[in-house]
Design a protein around this ligand. Structure first.
Ligand SMILES: Cc1cc2nc3c(=O)[nH]c(=O)nc-3n(C[C@H](O)[C@H](O)[C@H](O)COP(=O)(O)OP(=O)(O)OC[C@H]3O[C@@H](n4cnc5c(N)ncnc54)[C@H](O)[C@@H]3O)c2cc1C
Ligand code: SF4
Length: 565
């Protein structure tokens, strides 16, 4: 495109993403500035000018791209809003039954409470819809003077002289060949003294920042993909306060996975299944695993006569402490899942996101007071984090991911030792490999594992990806460049098909990738990308064995509609 005239604006603090991390941070920032100024007045010191604060969110309205289990440790929301319950926080139920169940071919066994793993003892935790939580937090942030722009995706970080100076939002109204349409609107440059990246898992701007300035942690980041479904069940089977985690036996011997089941208001249940993205088998399919799990006799009983309400998927960062990147750079901070703050051992990241957002806010107050937005002052965020309970929690879980990576036998041996040695286990600071590196070529697998497994979806309990995408609300304009950028599609056709059997068709939970017959090369196939189906889970950006897929934000406002999720 010819040289484009772009609008620009300036703010003091720019947040990218309107998730629990950024919204908590923005609320806390406004509260802390007020508190600072009250003290300054008493002490006769110069007050801080109330900052201009802007939050960009790629979904059409706040919360629409939120997907979480979600059973929430209330610790940090209580720190942020001490009377959050009285303020109408959208709790579905408070957990009164934290169960850990082992599902087997004939049903399930509920472990007695003394045998429930400590990380799943969640009595008193709040079952929430993160979609509703984000809306509740956004209202509070706006009341405190924060501006929120939904429908605006951060597309590129802006860097000047090695310092982050803001973000460019994505262009809108571009056709599939990259030409401007009648509706063309160029992206805007938003300049900020501090840019806080809270885009959640595998944030596209966070990825740019971490790669460009080599902020990587000591271990590579690892991930799992969670499939979530909400069902409306028979009221007689509904059990308010039930929070179940579990696994499938003997399947667990083949590799780690997990499931959850939380009851929500209106006879809804949140069901989810989590698959690690470090499988040896390129045919591993998180959607299929989630469907298959529902054929367990107890799950069948639960979902008999039930109605499917919603479907979605999202990756979860599991690398933990040693995969956490450097959390700051000149002009920039990383918070929440974008900074690997999820505690995968507990499948709990909401409270960590809120807490790290708050710690970042306190650091920004220091920066505003000193008018210094360099790494020197912003580095205070790392110090605060290291002194916080959030760090202690991560320290206790520090070897969890590496322990799962060593396989079930090692894990079973290491877990009890890890528990009694404060998280150390047999070995400390265990090294890990990026999940995609575990994937084997088809020729290296036993013959019976080379083919994709045939599974017959019944359309009542189990569904195809194509059918389920309809329950995610995903919508994208077709006439635009695909936001899934595959650097070399010849590789897919000529090399990957042979070596790995095109695993993108398996790992994508929304049937976005399809190898279709190539009319120009009889007998050969080529990659077709149904980008309009994408549910923004980020799995392809993570799991592709050649690392040639880059997830980029589509036009602002597009994507899934995760109402209730
Ligand atoms: C399947 C699953 C189950 C989970 N279960 C639980 C649970 O039960 N309990 C728990 O505590 N935690 C759970 N977690 C983890 C928890 O949801 C996350 O740790 C938490 O949501 C992270 O918050 P965040 O604010 O960092 O990111 P997110 O909640 O992911 O929010 C990021 C926001 O940024 C927006 N965004 C991203 N990129 C851009 C961009 N370039 N421009 C503009 N906007 C952008 C996104 O649309 C999104 O709204 C689960 C996660 C998953 C995926
Ligand atoms: S295309 Fe990628 S990000 Fe989109 S749904 Fe498929 S795997 Fe997830």
């Amino acid at each position: 495109m010819a040289q484009i005239e772009r609008e620009s604006m300036e703010v003091d603090v720019l947040y990218v993403g309107a998730g629990p991390a950024t919204l908590a941070s923005a609320i806390h920032l406004m509260n802390q500035v007020e508190a600072w100024n009250r003290n300054a007045e008493k002490a006769g010191k110069v007050p801080i000018e109330p900052p201009t604060v802007l939050v960009l969110e790629k979904s059409a309205s706040v919360g629409d791209h939120m997907l979480s289990g979600g059973v929430m440790n209330p610790r940090s929301i209580r720190e942020l809003v001490p009377d959050f319950e009285q303020q109408g926080f959208p709790t579905e139920y408070v957990c009164n039954y934290p169960g850990f169940w082992v599902f087997h071919p004939k049903g399930k066994i509920a472990l007695p409470s003394f045998a429930t793993p400590p990380n799943f003892r969640k009595k008193g935790y709040h079952v929430v819809s993160l979609n509703k939580v984000a809306k509740w937090m956004a209202e509070r942030a706006e009341r405190a003077g924060v501006e929120i722009y939904p429908g605006f995706a951060g597309d590129q970080i802006r860097v000047e002289g090695g310092r982050v100076v803001g973000v460019r939002t994505g262009d809108m109204g571009v056709d599939k060949d990259g030409k401007p349409k009648g509706t063309f609107q160029p992206g805007m440059d938003i300049f900020a003294k501090v840019t806080v990246l809270g885009e959640g898992v595998r944030g596209s701007l966070a990825k740019q920042l971490i790669d460009r300035f080599d902020l990587h942690g000591s271990n590579p980041q690892n991930f799992e993909t969670g499939i979530k479904e909400i069902w409306r069940i028979n009221p007689e089977k509904h059990r308010p306060g039930r929070v179940v985690h579990g696994m499938s036996f003997p399947k667990i011997l083949d590799g780690f996975h997990g499931m959850w089941l939380y009851d929500m208001q209106d006879n809804l249940v949140s069901y989810g299944f989590v698959t690690m993205l470090d499988s040896k088998n390129p045919n591993t399919d998180p959607h299929l695993e989630a469907q298959r799990f529902k054929t367990n006799p107890w799950m069948k009983w639960l979902l008999e006569d039930a109605e499917l309400v919603r479907y979605g998927a999202k990756a979860i960062p599991t690398g933990g402490l040693y995969a956490q990147p450097k959390l700051y750079h000149d002009g920039a901070l990383l918070i929440g899942d974008a900074a690997s703050m999820c505690n995968a051992q507990n499948l709990a990241g909401i409270h960590m996101a809120i807490k790290t957002g708050m710690l970042a806010a306190e650091t920004i107050v220091d920066a505003l007071a000193a008018q210094d937005f360099t790494a020197k002052t912003l580095g205070g965020y790392t110090e605060r984090y290291r002194k916080s309970w959030a760090y202690d929690e991560h320290y206790q879980a520090r070897n969890f991911g590496a322990s799962t990576e060593r396989g079930v036998a090692f894990f079973m041996l290491n877990e009890p030792i890890r528990m009694i040695t404060g998280g150390r286990g047999i070995q400390d600071e265990m090294k890990t490999e990026a999940g995609h590196r575990h994937m084997k070529r088809l020729a290296e697998l036993p013959v019976h594992k080379r083919e994709r497994e045939a599974f017959s979806f019944d359309g009542v309990l189990t569904f195809t990806k194509e059918h389920l995408v309809g329950f995610s609300g995903a919508a994208h304009e077709v006439d635009q460049p695909s936001h899934l950028v595959v650097a070399d599609t010849d590789l897919c056709r000529d090399v990957c098909a042979e070596e790995y059997g095109n695993p993108c068709e398996s790992f994508c939970p929304a049937a976005v990738y399809e190898m279709i017959d190539d009319p120009e090369r009889p007998g050969k196939q080529k990659l077709f990308i149904h980008h309009e189906n994408c549910v923004h889970c980020k799995t392809c950006d993570i799991a592709d064995p050649y690392q040639v897929i880059t997830w980029t934000p589509p036009e602002g406002g597009e994507g899934p509609d995760y109402t209730q999720m």
